[in-house]
Design a protein around this ligand. Structure first.
Ligand SMILES: [Zn+2]
Length: 300
């Protein structure tokens, strides 16, 4: 089973990224015009189709694919899925649209971050025809039918073109990567601050904007539903600030990426009370440390 019911008309799909459960999620909003919010890596597209079948949505019925941002774990499968979904269009922030239409630069920059071998596992996103993508700005609304309407809110910081999705009247917020990662098997939050465009003060401001929506439940892509809304918001803000400080200190002492990442991995493992982190958590920590270093270099 890949799908879990979150609430009336809202389902979590576990995309089993690289075969690992509980790491990369997507959400199905099942109005009469169903929407898929995020869709996993390119190599996860078959899992997403199976998950949709579990919740009774045929690919031909899907009307919207809404990647919260263009990173490969959120939008990677969109181009491939569209081939199975003749009635679907993509809705994304206007600054992300060029990367969906022509993913060349995105693939280049992701390869720099993750390396060729990991990129092969993630898969390459397929380009999306420009006429199938609609760009949105600071705030946009979409009617998914059956009384299900959503508000898409621009939430920069993790990426400049990120949106989060609020399900109107339900106090349910699909956060995207505006909040940290909380893996179900690990009692720790990992700030998600990747290269090339992480921006700390924008991320902290985004959290404040999201708080204003007074959500009763957060739906995280990494991973699943959280009712401890204040803790997730507070901890994300705290750790973004403290990680930038810690990495900055290490950088001043000329500590390189590998050692800085190892040090932060130890910190997270200690917080979670485990000897060693699972590989997906190690990759998350390393990517976040890399993003902070990149930010510090750009703003030195
Ligand atoms: Zn992500």
């Amino acid at each position: 089973m890949y799908a879990t019911k979150v609430s009336e008309k809202v389902y979590l799909l576990d995309t089993y990224a690289l075969g690992v459960p509980g790491t990369v999620g997507a959400y199905v909003l099942k109005g009469s015009k169903p929407a898929l919010v995020d869709c996993g890596y390119a190599t996860s597209y078959e899992t997403v189709l199976e998950g949709l079948a579990e919740v009774g949505v045929m690919p031909s019925e899907v009307r919207y694919i809404i990647p919260t941002h263009v990173h490969l774990d959120h939008a990677g499968a969109a181009g491939r899925l569209l081939k199975e979904m003749p009635g679907a269009e993509v809705v994304a922030h206007e600054r992300g649209v060029p990367h969906l239409v022509d993913p060349t630069k995105l693939v280049e920059s992701s390869t720099k971050v993750f390396g060729e071998s990991i990129m092969a596992l993630y898969g390459r996103p397929e380009p999306i025809a420009a006429e199938r993508v609609t760009g949105v700005g600071a705030e946009a609304h979409l009617d998914l039918g059956d009384g299900l309407t959503i508000t898409m809110i621009h939430t920069p910081g993790h990426a400049p073109h990120q949106i989060s999705v609020l399900i109107d009247g339900a106090r349910l917020l699909l956060t995207a990567d505006a909040v940290g990662i909380v893996y179900p098997d690990l009692k720790a939050l990992i700030p998600t601050t990747p290269p090339p465009s992480f921006h700390p003060s924008q991320l902290v401001a985004t959290i404040a904007v999201l708080r204003q929506t007074s959500p009763g439940m957060l739906l995280l892509p990494h991973f699943a539903a959280r009712r401890d809304v204040d803790w997730v918001f507070d901890r994300t803000t705290e750790l973004v600030e403290s990680w930038v400080e810690q990495v900055s200190r290490m950088k001043k002492r000329h500590i390189g990426l590998d050692q800085a990442a190892a040090s932060m991995q130890e910190t997270v493992a200690a917080e979670a009370g485990v000897e060693d982190l699972p590989i997906h958590a190690k990759v998350s920590v390393r990517t976040s440390v890399m993003g902070i270093m990149h930010y510090l270099e750009k703003n030195a």
